[in-house]
Design a protein around this ligand. Sequence first.
Ligand SMILES: Nc1nc2c(c(=O)[nH]1)N[C@H]1C(S)=C(S)[C@@H](COP(=O)(O)O)O[C@H]1N2
Ligand SMILES: [Mo]
Length: 331
Amino acid sequence: MHFLKDRGYALPSSEVTPQATYHSRRDLLKLLATGAAGATLTAWAAREALAQTATARPNKLAALPGARSTIAGGMTMEKLTPYADLTSYNNFYEFGTDKSDPGQNAHTLKTRPWTVAIEGEVKKPKVYDIDELIKLSTLEERIYRLRCVEGWSMVIPWVGYSLAELIKRVEPTGNAKYIEFVTLADAKTMPYVGSRVLDWPYVEGLRIDEAMHPLALLAFGLYGEVLPNQNGAPVRAVVPWKYGFKSGKSIVKIRFTEKEPRTSWVKAGPGEYGFYSNVNPNVDHPRWSQATERRIGEDGLFQKKRPTLMFNGYEAQVGQLYAGMDLKKFF
Ligand SMILES: Nc1nc2c(c(=O)[nH]1)N[C@H]1C(S)=C(S)[C@@H](COP(=O)(O)O)O[C@H]1N2
Ligand SMILES: [Mo]
């Protein structure tokens, strides 16, 4: 994936973009042209200037209905992680376990046709075509920190809408206590599906109130363009107050359940990875500290690391979800 190297995050042009990528991005741009996300487009046009400083970012984004201050508080003015870094340093084990593997291997992922099935404890189960899902609500650009459990972090300008928008439309039943994300496991296009690193498909989950929190994002793009394959095209979750592995990539199914989902990482190491996995500098991973982090593309390997913030800096927004819970027990 070299198509943006020389253009940074400018909007694409057909000469520098492989045909397949261009088609999907053109669809996103077409959607924007209909006015569905006009304000966002304005912000995107100004991206180049903004990203240079990343401090003078004007408030141009559409507010979420009823959650304006929550979302504004969830944004960060920190410097954005360069596009080249966040597309070449990834965790996407279906394409290999080295950080550089997804960027090199994920071109085999086919993101059209693509459907996302909504199943389980909902009154309106439905199989959404990805292009229908993109149009379900107004796309917004949201800058979130992503903190990996391994101790590195990035700041990414995602494009999507609150997961709550989808959840409300499918009408969960009274039994829906959790939501499970099932992601693609296609051995034909994903070379490491079948390897023993994880139990495939990659499954993640949230408690329903966590999933309903306006900060929880269903993302279709970043830096104003559709998601690069290695970042979880064509649709992924982004749960910014949790360790990165909770944000499942390339989702094909969303199930509403009564019981806590059995997630891939909890199955792989129940003593190391908990269901909640909220970013918490006070609860160490059994094999390493979680107190500090290294910002990809910014902090050198030998530089002093920056302190990790409770709930990844989103405590004011999400702390209430865990009132009264022992976060050492429910890690
Ligand atoms: N399907 C799937 N989703 C996944 C992973 C994965 O291996 N497979 N890795 C997770 C981990 S550990 C992290 S840190 C984030 C990384 O997202 P990014 O590459 O866009 O930064 O994706 C998460 N989602
Ligand atoms: Mo991660």
